[in-house]
Design a binder for this molecule. Structure first.
Ligand SMILES: Nc1ncnc2c1ncn2[C@@H]1O[C@H](COP(=O)(O)OP(=O)(O)OP(=O)(O)O)[C@@H](O)[C@H]1O
Ligand SMILES: [Mg+2]
Length: 375
């Protein structure tokens, strides 16, 4: 396969902030970018060479995009695998339909991980709720099989409450039940796998969620080398079994005894890898472009320690936050995604703090968020 060199056109399915940062990286390298998104005003649109407006399951719109590009990739796993398959004769799709089919349905993803012998929280299909809860115990978490993100499509079943009420909040969507994990912390491994099978792994990130939405990422996560090797080994096993091409993120729970459980997979760039854009020699966005274009992969090394803190729509409730406090700090990089509707819980941007002392950077992150809160 000949690599697609700068000048080629990359089609991106989904025009959110991941597509936007990918497009910025691609264009910096001299690629053209065309994006498919339901909104002409999506975050990727202002930085793309072209926009096709259409839903992510609109085959005609996706074919219209495919006809204009040399390779197709995505910024979300919620694109029907059948649609990707239909595009494959028009332009190469990376990652391909097979990877998406495995990842986009939580049940299939969990079966895949089980088949690899990788540790996960105890789980069961929620079709027979009583049987599922008998297996996973309580508290349990019900998760819709498809289209969940930022904790949407999840419901907790506490001991002693009617589980049917929790299930009803999922509006009849097929779901899986999982045991609630009492983890010590959450970590993620972001890696890239190239067309020839080569793999580059970023420093492991430690993630804190608030109300099910990622709040902060610290990288590198303080972690003994043997534990790091185990986490990396799990992620590499998954990337190879999927024959993935592009960036892959593997979320894990670390238990108090050090055991690692795989939580979920993302076949794309991920929020917990945003720190790479500013802290690493090659950002996850450039790396994804390199992988899907068949280029050699770049150096994933961190040039500095870093903390990323998300800017959630709630901060906008009295209008745009006053950025002066962020802008005044030389170690801070402000990223805003150009979203015009700041809804509560919506990811609007992030701040990256470059500091080898990541404990200090975590404290700074909290201080900055407090300063950005409307008074
Ligand atoms: N089994 C569990 N036990 C304990 N906490 C959990 C469990 N499952 C999920 N969580 C918490 O909820 C968060 C979101 O869950 P999960 O990653 O499954 O959902 P998501 O909506 O796909 O999130 P993302 O925004 O990462 O795509 C997790 O990062 C974790 O903090
Ligand atoms: Mg998650």
């Amino acid at each position: 396969m000949m690599p697609l060199l700068p000048g080629a056109t990359i089609g991106v399915l989904g025009g959110g902030q991941l597509g936007r940062m990918m497009a910025l990286a691609a264009r910096r390298m001299g690629y053209r970018v065309v994006v498919l998104d339901p909104s002409a005003r999506c975050p990727t649109a202002p930085v793309a060479d072209g926009v096709v407006v259409g839903a992510l399951d609109d085959l005609a719109a996706a074919k219209h995009l495919a006809a204009q590009v040399d390779v197709i990739t995505l910024d979300t796993e919620h694109v029907p695998a059948d649609l990707l398959e239909a595009l494959e004769p028009i332009a190469p799709v990376r990652p391909g339909a097979k990877v998406l089919r495995t990842i986009q349905d939580r049940l299939v993803q969990k079966q895949f991980l089980d088949a690899l012998g990788l540790p996960q929280a105890t789980w069961a299909p929620a079709d027979d709720l009583e049987a599922a809860l008998a297996k996973v115990g309580r508290p349990a978490i019900l998760k819709v099989r498809r289209a969940g993100y930022d904790g949407k499509g999840q419901a907790r079943v506490e001991p002693g409450v009617d589980p049917a009420a929790a299930l009803a909040t999922l509006r009849g969507e097929p779901a899986v039940a999982e045991a609630l994990v009492r983890f010590a912390r959450e970590v993620s491994v972001v890696l890239a796998r190239g067309m020839g099978g080569e793999i580059r792994i970023y420093p492991i990130a430690e993630n804190v969620h608030r109300r099910h939405v990622l709040h902060t990422t610290r990288a590198p996560a303080p972690m003994p080398a043997t534990q790091r090797a185990r986490a990396e080994g799990i992620a590499v096993t998954i990337a190879e079994a999927l024959e993935h091409v592009g960036v892959l993120a593997v979320e894990m729970f670390e238990l108090p005894d050090g055991q690692l459980l795989v939580n979920e997979l993302a076949p794309r760039t991920r929020n917990s890898g945003h720190y790479t854009y500013g802290a690493c020699a090659t950002s996850q966005f450039e790396q994804h472009v390199r992988a899907v274009c068949g280029l050699p992969l770049g150096d994933p090394r961190a040039l500095t320690g870093a903390v990323m803190v998300n800017l959630i729509g709630d901060l906008w409730r009295a209008g745009p936050p006053a950025w002066a406090a962020v802008l005044a700090r030389p170690e801070a990089r402000l990223h805003l995604y150009g979203k015009d509707a700041p809804a509560p819980g919506r990811k609007m941007g992030h701040v990256l703090l470059l500091d080898d002392d990541t404990d200090r950077a975590l404290a700074t992150a909290e201080q900055l968020i407090a300063q950005l809160e409307p008074t």
